[in-house]
Every structure is written in C-alpha cells, then in structure tokens.
Design a protein around this ligand. Structure first.
Ligand code: URA
Length: 455
C-alpha cells in the first residue's frame, strides 16, 4: 500500500504531483491511501517525484474539475480523482460521458463545492475591527467544504482596497491590501460581533425587501437558515415576513403596480391581458414565450409575425422555419430551450387583406421589457441568445450594433451569458444566394458555439 500525505485538505498541487507519479509508476488507485497532514514537508520527494514520468493525458476540463473536487469535504475525493485520471489514460473522452457513475459523482461534488463557494460570496458580512494600522474588517463564515483558499481571489479582487480577514473554523484568509495570507482556523468567539456596518446592511435589506414577491420557501433555499446567525439582516426577516401582507396592501392602495408573477405560467396568464402599449388592440392575441420553465437556454426574437399572431406561438412562420433548421444543424433541441420575443404583440400595417410587419419602436420595446425581464427572472437562463437588434436592445436596455458584438458573449447583471446574433428573417431578405448561404453558415456557427457553451 502506498501512502500519500497532502499538506492541506485542498492541496491541489500536491495531489497533482502525487497522482502524476503514481500513474507513472503504475500504482493502481486501490493500492493508495490518501491522508491530509497539518504541517508541511517534502511529501512528494523520492519515488513519488514526477521526474521521468510518462506523458500524462489530462483533458482540458480535468484540472478545473479537480480543483473544485479537491475542495470537497468527502475524504474519498483524492482516490476518486486518481481513479478518474487513470481511467482517462485509456478513455480520453470519458469526461464527456455524464452517464458514467464516476464522472457523475465527481460532477456532483464539483457542483456542491460551487454552491458552497457561491454561499460564501453571498453571505460573508464584514464588521469593522480597527487595529493599530487603522481600518480593518473581519467576517466569520462556516463553509461546508475546503473552499477558503479557492475563494480567496474573489474576495481580494472585490475588496482590494480594504484590509480584511475572513475567519473560518479551518482556515482564515487575511488581505493587507497587497498580499493574501492564510492562518489556521479560528473560533466564532474570535470573530467580532455587530457594529455600525450592520445597521447599513439592515437598512439596505429592508429597503430591497419586496413584500409582494415574498416566497418563503425560495427565500430559505437561497438563504439557508444555517447562515442566518451570521447575517445582520436576518434578524429582520421574521418581522418583514409577518408584515408582508399589510405592506402589499399599502403598496396597492398607493397605486403601486402589482409586481409580475414569478412563474412562467403565471406570467403567461397575466400577459394574456396585457395593455401596456397600444399594440394589443389590433393584434389577435399576446404571443408569450414557450419552453421548459427551467430551460438553461433562452432565445429572444423581435416580435410575433402574422402566423405567430394567429397561432399564439413564437417562431412558427417563415422565420421560425429558418430558425428551426439552423437550430437542428447546430445540434440544439428547440424543445429544451425557451423561445420568446422582445415584444409580445404583432405590430403590422394593413395593406389590403395583408398585414405587413412593422418594426416595434423603442417605447413599445420598453413597455414590453416588463414581461421579458419577468421571464428572465423566472427562468434564470444560463445563456440568452438575442436574435437581432430589437432583441439585443430589449435584453441589454440599450441600442446595439449587431456587427460589433456578434459572436462575443457578455455577462449580464443577472449572471446570464448573452450572445447576440442576427435575426433569422435577415437570411430570408438577402437577395444574393452566395451571400445568404455564407450568412447562414455564420449564423449556424454561432449557434454551435452557444451549444458548446451549454455543454
Ligand atoms: N420573428 C420573431 O422575431 N419572432 C417570432 O416569433 C416570429 C418571427
């Protein structure tokens, strides 16, 4: 049995060197025990040195996965990663096989670490504890996994100008404005208690709390109760919940607009009676977005056309056919995406018996953003694809030149990744066949890039 001792529970570099040497020596995962020591030392010298090691096949996605998995608190993580690395030598594409039980387990561990990382970013609250060098802030946090070092870059980048310490039971992070350092874990008693900053948090939280959108289950899952004890604003929650009903009534009495529903079905029902701009009058019906309520991918078009207005569904007419064919070629299953429009009513000019598409103006786009924003909030898509300039304006809130931004994703304030491309109907308008074919290829390539981002 080979015994490997890592210097810390999140010792990724140590793991990497040791695993490389183990694989070079042909040591099977079952013949290795992994331990974590408290101290330091030359743990990977001698036989475990990677010198002379054979070329290891390490797919690009592995280091990122391993870096997160290493932070998991499961003691089996090193052996699982070692076994995966061994398996990858024979099956380099194994990581793409999400049905493989080993890959699945490691993916789940990486996700659990990701959630913990996110919670730490969301729930760390600094308190002012001046020291002999002046202003200094400290916070207490209890992570589930070994994420302090992994998360340190986020805090030092975000609070670069502030001297601070984040104390946790296992490892403490310190930032002096220039350098990050770590010290052994602390106890909660060593962390400071309330100070004036708490009052600021409380005021802020009370002011952003919207009683009409109160969903206690969702709130407690986003902000689990175990973190409440370290959040100054959590003290307010019981009272805010208790007073929510009365505050909603006061808001409505004062003429405030009722906030939109928080589910796609609820929104669709509300939008069916929309009169936020005059476009509802000549249109047959509201054409709301459609697709799974948990879709990771959202497409935003311009507005329903003649056929969509009659069918009550987006992208079913000629542009829809171009769209469907391009999606199929790019390997995107439309049934798994949510497809919507910037404007939900058909705007047209009557010409004899025909209804000719008319472009929505900025006022109409802005009026309809109420629904688009609510759809985004309900859906929380990972990726949004804006098809054309109207969609791009509706999603970003500003005028956009497609040729300048297409193919280059940008992160939106809600965390979604926005891709802007052409509207499929543009392909129908190009007269030169060669140019139309080239533009179509480019459009499909962009959709393929989106598909690759989705994974
Ligand atoms: N064009 C759009 O932008 N959306 C539709 O739903 C149909 C055509």
């Amino acid at each position: 049995m080979t015994s490997i001792t890592l210097v810390a529970p999140d010792d990724f570099d140590g793991f990497r060197v040791a695993a490389r040497a183990l694989i070079a020596a042909g040591t099977p995962p079952a013949a290795v025990t992994w331990r974590v020591a408290g101290g330091d030392g030359d743990l990977f010298g001698g036989d475990a040195s990677p010198a002379g090691a054979a070329e290891l096949r390490v797919p690009k996605a592995f280091p990122d996965l391993a870096r997160r998995v290493i932070c998991h608190s499961d003691p089996e993580r090193f052996a699982l990663l070692h076994a995966l690395l061994v398996a990858l030598q024979a099956r380099p594409k194994l990581l793409e096989d999400s049905a493989d039980p080993g890959v699945r387990r490691l993916d789940e561990m990486a996700k659990a670490v990701g959630r913990d990382v996110h919670k730490m970013r969301a729930f760390v609250r600094f308190r002012e504890v001046p020291d002999d060098r002046g202003e200094h802030y400290a916070a207490w946090f209890e992570p589930e996994h070994h994420i302090v070092r992994y998360n340190s870059g986020f805090f030092t980048r975000r609070f670069t100008t502030m001297r601070f310490s984040i104390l946790t039971p296992e490892l403490c992070l310190h930032w002096d404005g220039e350098t990050a350092s770590f010290s052994p874990g602390a106890t909660k008693a060593e962390a400071p208690d309330g100070d004036p900053i708490e009052a600021t948090w409380k005021t802020y939280y009370a002011s952003i709390f919207n009683p009409a959108r109160l969903k206690i289950d969702a709130m407690t899952s986003e902000m689990p109760k175990k973190y409440w004890k370290n959040l100054p604003e959590a003290e307010l929650i019981p009272d805010l919940i208790a007073g929510a009903g009365a505050r909603v009534q006061t808001m409505l009495d004062a003429g405030a607009e009722r906030p939109p529903a928080t589910t796609i079905d609820g929104l669709r029902a509300e939008a069916s009676a929309c009169q936020r701009c005059p476009l509802w009058q000549p249109a047959t019906q509201t054409v709301f977005g459609e697709g799974p309520a948990d879709a990771a991918l959202m497409f935003v078009g311009e507005q329903p056309g003649d056929q969509e207005d009659i069918a009550g569904r987006p992208f079913v007419g000629p542009a829809g056919q171009v769209f469907d064919a391009a999606l199929a070629e790019a390997g995107i299953d439309r049934r798994r995406a949510y497809v919507s429009n910037a404007v939900k009513h058909f705007k047209f000019e009557p010409r004899g018996k025909r209804r000719i598409h008319a472009k929505p103006d900025t006022g109409e786009i802005n009026a309809c953003r109420w629904w688009l924003d609510a759809e985004r909030a309900a859906l929380k898509p990972r990726i949004i694809v804006a098809l054309g300039a109207t969609a791009a304006r509706a999603v970003t809130g500003k005028a956009v030149t497609i040729s300048k931004v297409r193919g280059v994703p940008s992160i939106q304030a809600d965390g979604s990744e926005l891709w802007i491309t052409i509207h499929p109907s543009y392909l129908l308008r190009i007269e030169d066949p060669a140019q139309a074919a080239a533009e179509r290829v480019r459009f499909v390539e962009e959709l393929k890039a989106v598909a690759a981002r989705l994974g």
